[in-house]
Design a protein around this ligand. Structure first.
Ligand code: FAD
Length: 403
């Protein structure tokens, strides 16, 4: 079966490529290994589907780490505003959740997003092939040949939009890398990102569920601070999670340590304040003194217990060493990272098809003419907050438009 364009993978990157190319008159087919489109859209935002984020395209770029600048053209061509317009025009307006800056469909239902996109694909005449297991991809001078178990396809243009390797249960098992490599592309080793972080001798199991809305997190390699960010963190039963951790897990390498400041005040300043307070009101209890930091009660109790200080101890009676220990613990708690959670629990994949070999103005391969890439399969991963779906859609539109 011959098409102008075949898209492999029916995630946001593939779907928006197909919609855009079909509206420009191309005969398009999507090959999807699942039995429906948008398996990852369905789980996005815990089923509510956080599609994009507030802010201008320029502010978006640093949400994708060092590689963000690659997305400049794509985000300008199909900006967050254009994505919002798209859904509004189709009858599913997006609403902003003010506190987080995240946009969701007004029904807060991923299924509504998937149904809408499915209808749009059908309206545009895109042929959908489900349960397709691709066995081989080859190219001669003019055409790509895609062999599946049951059917053989050929096309003038090929889009690989197979996603990354994370959440393999949704269909993303990394075959896109194999296809790209076979066609001559370099692959930056895929790694789990937007993933919880495991800590050596993790002590916070009993504090599972406690979160800090604006902790300061820094990552250290030997004695050098690699990066410092602010963000919500969450203690889970087995690891550190929450957007502040997930968004920055991409910076974790071998031998990285994490430092957490739970009180938004530098250690030196907190120490100076403590000493002054001993002179002013040394009789107050340590528990009362620390209550100024609005720390969760259970965390405070746990910290004092861990450092063997009784809640009611007067601050004037706390030794120099002990007060330093307490303040260090809450303002610069350095922890040894053992690993980042694996692909099963990572929301996205870092690494993928090297950006050096993709034209950021068209999403076309610089190596193989008429071969395109969009979405998580390439070496781009964004923070939590709608940046990944927006990025994939923007790349898809850019590719479809330049075909
Ligand atoms: C639990 C979870 C929640 C998330 N929540 C959000 C969120 O709220 N907001 C946000 O912006 N991002 C979120 N993300 C990330 C976001 O879903 C992805 O980054 C985005 O879907 C990537 O789009 P994509 O088009 O590149 O690929 P995907 O959406 O991953 O789609 C790739 C498609 O290709 C298919 N495929 C793979 N290999 C083959 C093959 N060999 N043959 C045929 N088909 C194949 C897969 O089955 C899949 O359908 C979340 C991710 C997870 C795991």
């Amino acid at each position: 079966m011959k098409f102008d364009l075949i898209v492999i993978g029916a995630g946001p990157g593939g779907i928006f490529t197909a919609l855009e190319a079909a509206s420009r008159g191309l005969k398009v087919a999507i090959l999807e290994k699942n039995k429906r489109i948008g398996s990852k859209i369905l789980v996005a935002g815990s089923g509510k589907c956080n599609l994009t984020h507030s802010g201008k395209p320029k502010e978006f770029l640093d949400k994708y780490g060092e590689n963000g600048k690659f997305l400049k053209v794509a985000l300008n061509k199909f900006s967050p505003d254009k994505l919002k317009d798209f859904f509004k025009e189709k009858g599913l307006p997006l609403v902003l959740v003010e506190e987080s800056g995240k946009y969701f469909p007004n029904t807060f239902s991923s299924l509504d997003v998937v149904n809408l996109l499915n209808n749009e694909l059908l309206k545009k005449g895109v042929k959908l092939f489900f349960n397709v297991v691709i066995e081989n991809i080859e190219k001669n001078e003019e055409l790509f040949f895609i062999k599946s178990k049951d059917i053989e396809f050929s096309c003038d243009k090929l889009m690989i939009a197979t996603g990354g390797k994370s959440y393999p249960g949704t269909g993303t098992t990394g075959e896109g890398y194999i296809f790209a490599k076979k066609l001559g592309h370099k692959i930056i080793p895929p790694q789990p990102a937007l993933a919880p972080i495991f800590i050596k001798d993790y002590k916070f199991s009993e504090l599972s569920g406690i979160s800090f809305p604006q902790a300061i997190i820094s990552f250290w390699k030997k004695d050098i601070k690699i990066i410092e960010k602010k963000g919500p963190i969450l203690f889970t039963h087995t690891n550190l999670s929450g957007p502040g951790i997930l968004d920055n897990s991409r910076y974790v390498e071998h031998d990285t340590k994490i430092e957490i400041n739970y009180i938004y005040e530098k250690y030196e300043y907190a120490l100076k304040k403590f000493i002054e307070e001993v002179n002013i009101n040394g009789k107050q209890s340590i528990k009362k003194y620390l209550s100024q930091y609005i720390l969760p009660e259970r965390f405070l109790k746990f910290t004092l217990q861990l450092l063997e200080v009784k809640d009611e101890t007067k601050i004037a009676e706390i030794s120099k060493l002990k007060r330093e220990e307490i303040l260090k613990y809450i303002s610069s708690n350095k922890l040894e990272i053992t690993k980042v959670a694996g692909f099963e629990n990572a929301m996205v994949t870092k690494g993928g098809v090297s950006l050096e070999e993709i034209n950021s103005k068209t999403m076309e391969s610089k190596i193989v003419e008429n071969l395109y890439f969009a979405g998580e399969v390439i070496d781009i991963d964004g923070d939590t907050g709608g940046y990944n779906i927006q990025g994939a859609c923007s790349m898809g539109v850019l590719a479809g438009r330049s075909m």
